[in-house]
Design a protein around this ligand. Structure first.
Ligand code: HAM
Length: 409
């Protein structure tokens, strides 16, 4: 038997419905915020992720599905959505329209070769948004508010963590003081952290190891080292969140696992799903367009991990819907096909059972497919040109002429 690959899963029935409900709800809300749909390829040149997500990140360093294609190109399955959207933005020359704002949303599969566990898959799905051209911190606030709206609409409880990762003025001196502190405590740090002092010192702050975290308590905090502009923006963001009633917590150790961020960074966390508790993450990437050879354009975005919220979503109550059509004798089956087509043409869900069965069996079948009406042609009905209909919600029955059902709207 051939099974799906480890860390990859099929979505059927309830899960497939949840996936659709989540993406449709989020897309509707994103459209209300002025975002438009974008679709980019799943396969991209490996260089794209090396230059954006960063060579020192775990995603690029260890987790890419990377291979050489038949044309000899070094390609990989996208581990996240931002890099592809930024590439598309530059390729469409939108970076040359200075002063314009462009806002996009997307959803689809992402691939990371991680060790599978609860909440961590190798193929998972994200819903994401990316906003280009807006430097105002009001946009940072608006994106966090949009995420809160999406989770509120889906009935998901969350807490919000925010941080500022500074800019090209204040980050380098902060990094220097952090490195010097890390060198002082190096001996007590785990192997990963020791390696990161040279490759990506900011990521050390994010280590999940308890003894590292204890040692890091005395480390300098980025929020104490922000330049005037970053500090002002961060204060304004906090003010806007407080005023709008979105509870948040400042977490100076929130650094995110991708290298392209600067300024505002945020994560939404759930305490109902175990260790992999981040249900969405995002932030500003004001230098990414430039890193990918575009004209300098500010950007900010977020992505939701759809599988992580799948079980938490409060699905709307499902009501019985449409028709189930059945026959008790073979000669009546053909009539059902014409009837079904009529119903479907007027936009009603209709399921036909082609095998003649007893009335009881048809009622069972109608119940199983969640139909509102079970309509059956038996011997008498065939002779009279009628059809028997049961309304499974109101529990009422009637017999009507087939002709009248055809024109029923
Ligand atoms: P990220 O934090 O790497 O950010 O991923 C966003 C979300 O995807 C996470 O919070 C988590 O819910 C989900 N996720 C990540 N890895 C896995 C996995 N292996 N299995 C299941 N779910 C997972 C980004 O990807 C950025 N592109 C977000 C962004 C957009 N920043 C700016 N714009």
């Amino acid at each position: 038997m051939i099974n799906a690959l480890r860390g990859m899963k099929d979505l059927l029935f309830d899960e497939a419905e949840r996936y659709r409900y989540i993406t449709e709800t989020a897309a509707r809300i994103a459209e209300n915020y002025g975002f438009s749909y974008i679709e980019t390829p799943i396969l991209e040149e490996t260089r794209l992720f090396k230059r954006s997500v960063g060579e020192s990140s775990d995603i690029v360093g260890k987790e890419m599905y990377q291979f050489t294609d038949k044309g000899g190109n070094d390609v990989c399955l996208r581990p996240e959505g931002t890099a592809g959207v930024v590439r598309a933005f530059i390729q469409a020359k939108l970076d040359r329209q200075q002063g314009q704002k462009y806002r996009f949303f997307y959803f689809g599969p992402m691939f990371r070769y991680e060790r599978p566990q609860k909440g961590r898959l190798r193929q998972f799905h994200q819903f994401g948004v990316e906003s280009f051209g807006e430097t105002a911190v009001e946009e940072d606030f608006t994106l966090i508010q949009m995420l809160a709206d999406i989770f509120d609409t889906l009935g998901i409880r969350y807490s919000v963590k925010i941080n500022s990762l500074g800019c090209k003025e204040c980050m380098p001196p902060y990094r220097e003081s952090l490195v010097s502190h890390l060198q002082d405590i190096e001996d007590g740090l785990c192997e990963d952290c020791r390696r990161r002092i040279a490759t990506n010192p900011i990521r050390v702050l994010d280590c999940k190891n308890e003894s590292c975290q204890n040692l890091l308590k005395a480390a300098p905090r980025i929020t104490d080292s922000l330049c005037e502009t970053c500090d002002h923006n961060f204060d304004r963001l906090k003010h806007l969140l407080t005023e709008s009633g979105i509870p948040y917590e400042v977490d100076a150790n929130l650094v995110r696992g991708l290298d392209y961020y600067s300024g505002t960074a945020f994560e939404f966390v759930s305490d109902e799903i175990g260790a992999q508790s981040a249900i969405a993450g995002g932030g500003r990437y004001d230098r990414l367009v430039e890193f990918l050879d575009g004209r300098p354009t500010p950007g900010i975005g977020f992505a939701i991990g759809i599988e992580r919220i799948m079980e938490l979503v409060q699905m709307p109550q499902k009501s019985r819907e449409g028709w189930y059509l059945g026959a008790m004798l073979p000669e009546a089956v053909e009539k059902l096909l014409t009837l079904a087509h009529g119903r479907r043409k007027v936009g009603e869900k209709t399921v036909v059972e082609y095998t003649p069965k007893s009335l009881k069996a048809h009622l069972k079948g109608a119940d199983k497919v969640g139909a509102r009406y079970c309509a059956v042609i038996g011997e008498d009905e065939l002779a009279d040109g009628t059809i028997w209909i049961k309304d499974l919600e109101e529990k009422s029955e009637r017999v009507v002429a087939i002709e009248s059902l055809k024109s029923l709207r």
